[in-house]
Design a protein around this ligand. Structure first.
Ligand code: SF4
Ligand code: SF4
Length: 334
């Protein structure tokens, strides 16, 4: 299973529109970070390393909506920090859904039960809960005991209230095919979440713990083994088949970081969510002033170990749309 059908249609229509208009670089999913503050201190997180003055700030709703409208992406992923610490986050979500955006609200889920009543289930809205492993592994990842149980209870509550719930799991070199399979089996079969996203951890310059990140060969071996025995087909993964092929090392792609741009309190991040070579004030300025051809594996040493969704999923989605065979594969099986 890949993207929900109506989201796949939304993204497909967006791609066709760009093709007809001959737009070369365009956003498919916008990463929106309306704050950097968080209630947890996960070992691999670079966001909470911002200065105290930045951590205090909250992006006004009108600013967030204007940035989304300027870039035109049909899907918006709101992250942070912990978005539920933003006092107008429910209003931000409502405004974006009213503009026909597909919105996913990323959260560590600790505050989710307290805020659930402020939101309404909608076909263009999903929670995205961060779960890196089973109890011991997840609590170690977020550096706090008890968070796994809180997140599981929050997922159950959100599903019981009629919301779509997605999960996002990041894997490091401390993971094995067994730990990947255990957590995805649990999320897929026991919790029955709607969709699951997976990501190899990326070595942020600002992350305090630099020893846990995966190289390309390690990433490929990890996912190749984890996906064996037909699990990849059975799991409700929220990725295109070609991106999963890419993670397994069956395909290789160039990075297209403009497909998933990141906008935060600091501006539009150059060139992607993971690197921070300065910030642009507008989407247009980001497009016009970034040397896009200088990024990707083999071009910038910081990209050499990157297989992140934000750089390579857009390439995989475009390759899918450009091939009838891959389009049929995306809607049927992997
Ligand atoms: S929950 Fe997310 S934002 Fe908060 S510290 Fe962990 S990784 Fe960072
Ligand atoms: S390869 Fe990764 S780090 Fe480099 S530009 Fe692409 S997404 Fe960013």
């Amino acid at each position: 299973m890949g993207l929900p059908p109506h989201l796949a249609m939304k993204l497909g229509a967006h791609l066709i529109k760009q093709k007809i208009r001959r737009v070369e670089k365009f956003a498919m999913i916008m990463e929106l970070e309306p704050l950097f503050a968080c209630n947890l201190k996960c070992a691999g997180c670079g966001k909470i390393q911002q200065s105290a003055s930045v951590l205090k700030q909250r992006m006004p709703v009108a600013q967030a909506v204007a940035a989304v409208e300027e870039c035109g992406a049909p899907m918006v992923s709101i992250a942070g920090g912990e978005p539920l610490m933003h006092p107008q986050i429910d209003q931000m979500v409502t405004e974006l859904i009213a503009r026909k955006k597909f919105v996913v609200l990323c959260t560590n889920a600790v505050l989710l039960p307290k805020h659930l009543h402020k939101f309404t289930p909608h076909r263009n809205f999903a929670w995205m809960v961060h779960i890196d492993g089973l109890r011991e592994r997840h609590d170690e990842s977020v550096s706090k005991d008890g968070v796994f149980d809180q997140a599981v209870a929050a997922i159950r509550a959100a599903k019981a209230a009629g919301f779509a719930v997605y999960t996002n799991s990041t894997f490091f070199n401390t993971d094995s095919p067994k730990t990947v399979r255990e957590v995805l089996d649990f999320l897929n079969d026991d919790l029955k979440v709607d969709r699951m996203e997976i990501s190899p951890g990326y070595a942020y310059g600002k992350a305090p713990d630099q020893d846990r990140f995966l190289g390309v060969d390690q990433t490929r071996a990890l996912f190749r083994d984890a996906f064996a025995d037909g699990r990849r087909r059975r799991w409700r993964l929220n990725h295109s088949p070609l991106f999963l092929d890419f993670l397994e090392g069956k395909r290789d792609f160039a990075c297209t970081p403009w497909g998933v741009p990141s906008y935060s309190l600091l501006g539009w991040q150059k060139p992607c969510y993971l690197l921070a070579d300065g910030y642009a004030k507008t989407w247009r300025e980001l497009l016009d002033t970034t040397d896009w051809e200088n990024f990707g594996r083999g071009k910038d040493p910081r990209c050499d170990n990157c297989m992140a969704h934000c750089g390579y999923e857009p390439t995989a989605v475009m390759a899918t749309m450009g091939s009838l065979k891959e389009s049929l594969r995306a809607v049927s099986m992997r």
